[in-house]
Design a protein around this ligand. Structure first.
Ligand code: ARG
Length: 465
């Protein structure tokens, strides 16, 4: 690219003879990214113009001209008729320049007691606030889809895993409810981030405040902020609101990636616990039999991208002196991308949860395999024969070893063999050795018993209604 010069910038070029070179313009322009905040930029300008007029800093006539012009621009953008220009750098100057075309002199009064530094911080907070509300609504829909599936599968047995090794039987409903809990905490983080970001930087001006007698409370209120930010330097420098939103998004994405990975595992031939319909499966161009869970794999991968966005902005902000530095213009691209990506991932996960069917027989068979009720046997020895748990653990270990060597399930071991290894065993022990008995007995608060699962579903339904 050559570095050919432009004519001097109309909005800040007063002390310049020449315009920026082409390379300067290329690295400096943010309009390709920040035009997404056009609606918020106009909203902020409307609030600012009204406040300036209410404080008699501009006339009522200028206010009317500005508001009329901004409405026209809003329509032009909505219709796709607005011409965004890289020469005008960013969304703020694109809109202000168009306002000058439309209404002439009064447009030049809008930027009184304001700077792009407080303007961009305001726009970005407004954009992110709406995005967080959208994320919350999507998380709610995800929770509802999980609850519906959990209700259908409240009694469905499956192996619970630790180390991805069969550990103890659980119910599929209980497993799905674990994700309802995670999504609930994700929503808590979204609410917290929203509450902390909801303060107005507008009127902090470039960094030091302004000598004009403005009313920052008025513009803050008009934009739905709880109050104006108390320190002008902080108002234009702070990006922790975006970091916090990205952190909430990254944690949420990591949660989604875990369910995505489980769907990959469950749909594999070795497990065959669930089936995704053709809606959520893809084929192979060479292997005609394949059904691949690509959507789940992509959700798993997108967690990396979203976490990367958090890291990107953390690194941009690290070590930046107060107040504004142009580095901060790099804040929007990762935030927009992370929230778009998370929105798509959440929609896809919600769709997959609604879509999947459990292969109940396969899950139940797997639930009873791999001596999954060994803990129930040890617990029986404690409860019915008064054996200390550590000793019961050792006795049960020997029974499992015997079963493994003789290729038997625990409930297939004859009573006399059981008694040879653990003399206190009676035939009543067989009642606790089925996976069904195992899950039904786990009625401790938060445990996997179907009656608990139903109670938790009822609690969540009440909470979400
Ligand atoms: N486009 C800029 C950004 O996104 C707006 C603020 C520019 N301020 C400045 N002093 N150059 O950060």
């Amino acid at each position: 690219m050559s570095n050919k010069k432009q004519t001097s910038n109309a909005l800040w070029g007063g002390r310049f003879d020449d315009g920026p070179g082409a390379l300067m313009e290329a690295i400096n322009a943010s309009i390709d990214i920040d035009q997404r905040m056009a609606a918020q930029d106009i909203e902020g300008s409307i609030a600012h113009a009204r406040m300036l007029a209410a404080c008699a800093i501009i006339t009522k006539e200028d206010e009317a001209a500005i508001l009329g012009g901004l409405e026209t621009i809003k329509d032009e953008i909505a219709r796709g008729d607005f011409k965004f220009s890289r020469k005008l750098e960013d969304i703020h100057m694109n809109i202000e320049a168009r306002l000058a075309d439309l209404i002439g002199e009064p447009a030049g009064r809008l930027h009184t007691a304001r700077s792009r530094n407080d303007q961009v911080a305001t726009d970005f907070r407004l954009w992110l606030r709406a995005a967080l509300d959208g994320l919350d609504a999507q998380l709610l829909a995800f929770q509802k889809a999980l609850l519906t599936k959990a209700e259908e599968e409240a009694e469905t047995l499956m192996p619970g895993f630790t180390h991805l090794q069969s550990a103890q039987p659980v119910t599929f409903g209980h497993h799905l409810l674990a994700y309802v809990e995670m999504a609930g905490r994700d929503r808590g983080r979204v609410h917290d981030a929203r509450a902390r970001l909801n303060e107005s930087p507008l009127g902090a001006a470039a960094l030091a405040g302004t000598a004009f007698a403005i009313d920052r409370h008025m513009s803050a209120k008009a934009l739905g902020f709880d109050q104006p930010m108390a320190n002008s330097l902080d108002a234009v420098s702070a990006r922790d609101f975006a970091l916090e939103a990205l952190a909430a998004a990254a944690i949420c994405a990591v949660h989604l990636s875990r369910l995505a990975e489980e769907i990959v595992i469950w749909t594999s031939a070795g497990f065959s616990f669930v089936r995704l319909s053709d809606q959520f499966s893809t084929g192979s161009s060479i292997m005609p039999q394949k059904r691949n869970p690509d959507a789940a794999e992509l959700v798993r991968a997108k967690a990396g991208r979203i976490t990367g966005a958090l890291n990107t902005l953390l690194m941009v902000m690290k070590g930046l002196p107060l107040a504004y530095s142009k580095d901060m213009q790099e804040d929007k691209e990762p935030v927009f991308d992370a929230l778009d990506t998370l929105s798509l991932a959440l929609a896809a996960m919600t769709g997959m949860v609604e879509d999947l069917t459990a292969n109940r027989q396969n899950m139940q068979n797997a639930a009873g395999a791999a001596f999954s009720t060994a803990t129930d046997l040890a617990d029986w020895l404690v409860r019915e024969a008064g054996v200390p748990f550590r000793e019961a653990h050792g006795l049960t270990g020997r029974i499992v070893q015997y079963a493994e060597q003789n290729n038997l399930a625990l409930h297939e071991i004859p009573l006399d063999q059981m008694c040879a290894l653990a003399p206190m065993v009676t035939k009543a022990v067989y009642q606790v050795l089925t996976p069904h008995a195992s899950v039904s007995s786990r009625t401790s608060y938060g445990g996997t018993a179907p009656e608990n699962v139903r109670a938790q579903i009822a609690r969540w339904k009440e909470k979400l209604s």
